[in-house]
Design a protein around this ligand. Sequence first.
Ligand code: 5GP
Ligand code: ZN
Length: 114
Amino acid sequence: MSDCIFCKIANHEMDSDIVYEDGKVIAFRDLEPQAPVHILIVPKEHIATTLDLTEKDNELIGHIYQVASEIAEEEDIAEDGFRVVNNCNESGGQTVFHLHFHLLGGRNLQWPPG
Ligand code: 5GP
Ligand code: ZN
């Protein structure tokens, strides 16, 4: 999608601090980090929200979780613990309508979230 910021980042048309990339996903540091480690893991394909996923995406979602664990190891937050979050639609806190997963760690994360 031409006016989508995460499509632009995925296509390298917009700068970001990329920590991981392969044919299917890209991961980069959040512009406004909410934790010492705050990385967004994003499928390169434009999928607006979790509600737009179909069975064909099952492998992609599994892959995203594998990448999240790999990055957590790389960032040295795996052993202490981390969180993977997907916000869906307005009440879920979604502000960018290109599917993404927040990888958060490096401090004690509160539960339940606000
Ligand atoms: P959401 O609220 O949709 O779950 O998360 C969107 C996230 O994208 C927010 O944490 C926000 O800080 C981040 N974000 C928005 N625009 C940009 C950008 O241009 N670059 C980067 N790296 N992060 C962004
Ligand atoms: Zn997009």
